[in-house]
Design a protein around this ligand. Structure first.
Ligand code: CDP
Length: 781
């Protein structure tokens, strides 16, 4: 079989799954309709902080079509009023004592139709006693702040945790000896993954068999099955989570939300399937938000080299601490807070606080808050270059970790696997025509026009675990792949991860194609059904390729070893005398004496050597030795209008290095999506709150997402630095551009104004903020 027909690594084959998506034949949660199915709607709190005095459900219960009204009190009778969060905290499923954020789930109505359920919500009378709201961590940590989590024994303040990394003394010394210290205070605002499809589920607990089948929007179905078993007490083998096609997750579909638990409890109690579909406002105000980090960073510079980093952070965690973080490394930001730079000393500390806001802290297209880290260091480096009066590109090059320093241990104790940062930056600068642009910028300034050039040379960390240090609620972060090759040489690959649009059905088939020589079209990839796939931790933090991709390559290689034994038997040759060329074993020196992988697959069921187990299938659980560290350099060119403060992106050049690319077209799609989200975060996305804790950003009129109209064009480039520890040298890429690009956009706008002394603009960089800065800097027209 010719190698090109197999279409393994490096082929931009079209996505298999798109056949059904573009024909409208996908199956999303709301497409599922079961016989006798009921519909559930949630009543949410209008207050950010209030005592629940009483709930009167009688009028709602009397509405024709209403089957049940579920209150926190009813849930408490079944020990389900509270549930654990991913960070080991507790979260109210339905409020019993207090409401702690606007939009919190208070009561649920189950009815014959969603319309009746929604109408019935208006008939529920809740008597609230409003309490003062706390809307930021600074306020939360004041001595006299109202204690939000008075449900927790021993919780006498709103402080949740204090974490530190690095060497304080050595860092202080580096700062004492520095010839320049620069500082930046910034807030990475609360934003939201806002997937196109909101969350939802259909819970179907069969009263005859006690089997609970829960169809849900889950990025981590196996973990959710285990958590359901722990929360509800149902035996785990009786729970089946099915995660069908998902219309975007971006981290938002990692946590378990009250709606899933209430719908399952209602189905259990009523003996009928119950569907709950969240609306957009429900999604934006109550499900996992992202970021909301207040950051202070400082760099110490000596002779043009960065010699120390100090950072302190205050994290706004909302009312229930529900960060998606590995339990031993709570502040994921520590992983790459020193960025792509060889900074010998660092000391970083962070504190988390409860506030009257929705819980979450999901890693929105990001691994454990590394987006905040990347933003901080890339903004700080620009501030330093500005203060020193040096070119930000050359300042970066001078301070990069050099290729021969890998594996590189950062000052916060993490080991970067591989990188060549200068190569990526030089390529980006070349594609951009950096020198000419700087000249154009200087000339434009003389004519009163403002052009800005922003750079970001980010390093990312993706692919959690290894299992020894990375776990979620104790579950070690490995992943798995089960591969079955059928007698006719066609195969099924079953994975513990779960795609939400990333193209796994194509790329993972390509890994099998590469390793076993079976054409990628002949490999079906299945994910998302816990009864049908091996255990895995799920898809988030760009971990699918680094972990499940590695598991796939390893199991395919194991099957290839077995195939060699069978081929040797068929060819009556010694195994060592066989040569492997993708898809074919041949006898050394006699290339015509050969068997294809399809021949061998057939023999695995029909003609085996004595004593060899039949079949060609197996499962591998892969625990990665380390994370992978993709990187890249982004360059953004903007023009700023001196009259209005509006800024327009003229160009975006993005050079990414994610090691070996399985499917270059899919990788480019991932990068373009991330660059768009990065632009949205930098320019317009904001979930904010007034002083009473009212959420401003609860719909797509207030919470702005970039449409194709606003999205700038992207020019992409690549370098390839394989991961030394990944079986096919691949690193993750899904989140790189969301992590790396916001700083590049902001650096560009700041750069346009920098000659007039502007050093910072806060995200989202809206035109009113720029206009204000133009006024203050004397640049306004
Ligand atoms: O975990 P998640 O799928 O979100 O992220 P990822 O592993 O970074 O991959 C996103 C998509 O890009 C997947 O379909 C990958 O297989 C593909 N990819 C690739 O083709 N080559 C790489 N080196 C990395 C990812």
């Amino acid at each position: 079989m010719a190698t090109t027909e197999v279409r393994g690594l490096g082929h931009s084959v079209k996505r298999k799954e798109d056949e059904r998506f573009i024909r409208g034949k996908g199956t999303y949660i709301d497409d599922i309709a079961l016989p006798g199915m009921l519909h559930m709607e949630l009543l949410r709190s209008p207050f950010a902080h209030a005592r629940v005095v009483s709930i009167d459900t009688s009028r709602a219960e009397a509405l024709p079509g209403v089957v049940a009204v579920v209150t926190g009190e009813l849930m408490a009778q079944h020990n389900l009023a509270w549930m654990p969060t991913l960070s080991g905290d507790t979260q109210a499923v339905l409020a019993t004592d207090k409401v702690r954020f606007q939009g919190q789930e208070v009561t649920a109505v189950v009815a014959e139709s969603a319309y009746v359920a929604k109408d019935a919500l208006e008939l529920i009378e809740v008597d609230y006693e409003p309490l003062p709201a706390v809307t930021n961590p600074q306020q939360a940590l004041q001595q006299d702040a109202p204690v939000i989590r008075d449900d927790k024994e021993d919780q006498t303040s709103n402080h949740i945790y204090h974490w530190e990394a690095g060497d304080k003394e050595a860092t202080d010394r580096a700062f004492d000896e520095a010839d320049k210290v620069v500082a930046l205070d910034t807030h990475y605002p609360r934003c939201h993954p806002a997937p196109l499809e909101c969350c939802g589920c259909v819970a179907d607990v069969n009263p005859a068999t006690s089997k609970a089948t829960i169809y849900m929007t889950s990025q981590a179905p196996h973990v959710h099955r285990t958590l359901f078993a722990l929360v509800t007490g149902l035996p785990e083998q009786n729970i089946r989570i099915v995660s069908p096609d998902i219309g975007g997750g971006f981290g938002n579909k990692v946590p378990i939300y009250p709606g899933y638990v209430v719908a399952t409890a209602a189905s259990l109690l009523l003996g009928r399937p119950v569907k709950w579909i969240e609306d957009r406002t429900g999604n934006l105000i109550s499900t996992g938000f992202a970021r909301d980090y207040h950051m202070h960073g400082e760099l110490a510079v000596k002779d043009g080299r960065i010699v120390g980093l100090r950072a302190s952070l205050a994290a706004d965690e909302g009312a229930f601490y529900a960060d998606a973080q590995p339990s031993k490394l709570r502040i994921g930001l520590f992983h790459i807070v020193t960025g792509s730079y060889d900074i010998p000393t660092a000391h970083v500390q962070g504190d988390g606080a409860y506030t009257n806001k929705a819980p979450g802290g999901v890693a929105y297209r990001c691994s454990f808050r590394v987006t905040e880290a990347s933003y901080l260091i890339e903004r700080l480096v620009d501030v330093a270059a500005n203060e020193l009066g040096v070119d930000p590109a050359e300042f970066r090059v001078q301070n990069f970790i050099k290729p021969d320093q890998f594996p590189y241990e950062s000052a916060t104790g993490f080991v970067y696997d591989s990188g060549d940062y200068e190569k990526a930056l030089r390529l980006a600068l070349e594609k951009l025509g950096y020198e000419d642009l700087r000249k154009e910028q200087a000339e434009a300034r003389e004519q009163g026009k403002l052009i800005g050039i922003g750079l970001a040379s980010f390093t990312e960390v993706v692919g959690a675990g290894h299992g020894k240090e990375y776990d979620i609620v104790g579950l070690r972060m490995f992943d798995s792949a089960e591969l079955r090759v059928h007698p006719t040489g066609k195969a099924i690959l079953k994975l513990g991860v779960k795609a939400q649009g990333q193209g796994h059905e194509t790329t993972f088939a390509q890994i099998v194609a590469e390793e076993l020589g079976i054409p990628y079209e002949d490999v079906e990839v299945q994910e998302g059904d816990t009864d049908n796939t091996p255990y895995g931790l799920g898809t988030y933090a760009s971990r699918s390729t680094p972990v499940a991709g590695a598991a796939t390559a390893v199991i395919a290689r194991k099957l290839r070893d077995k195939a060699r034994t069978i081929a040797a038997h068929l060819l009556e040759a010694a195994e060592d005398d066989l040569e492997w060329e993708r898809g074919r074993f041949s006898v050394k020196g006699a290339p015509d004496r050969a068997k294809t992988i399809q021949d061998v697959a057939f023999a695995a069921y029909t003609d085996l050597p004595e004593g060899l187990e039949a079949g060609l299938e197996g499962v591998h659980y892969y625990d990665p030795p380390n994370m992978t560290f993709p990187f890249g350099s982004y360059a953004v060119v903007v023009e700023v209008d001196r009259g209005t403060g509006q800024w327009k992106v003229r160009r975006v050049v993005a050079v990414d290095d994610c090691g070996v690319r399985i499917n270059p077209m899919i990788v480019e799609g991932q990068i373009m999506g991330g660059l768009t989200e990065g632009f949205g975060i930098a320019a317009m996305e904001l979930i904010t709150f007034d002083e009473e804790g009212n959420c401003i950003g609860s719909n797509f009129i207030d919470y702005l997402l970039p449409t194709s109209w606003e999205t700038p064009p992207f020019e992409l480039g690549e370098t390839v630095t394989p991961s030394p520890h990944h079986p096919i040298g691949a690193k993750g890429v899904g989140e790189s551009a969301t992590v790396g690009s916001p700083a590049a956009y902001v650096n560009a706008v700041v750069d346009a104004l920098a000659h007039a002394g502007v050093r910072n603009l806060e995200m989202p960089v809206t035109s009113d903020k720029v206009w204000q800065a133009l006024q203050e800097a004397g640049l306004a027209e």
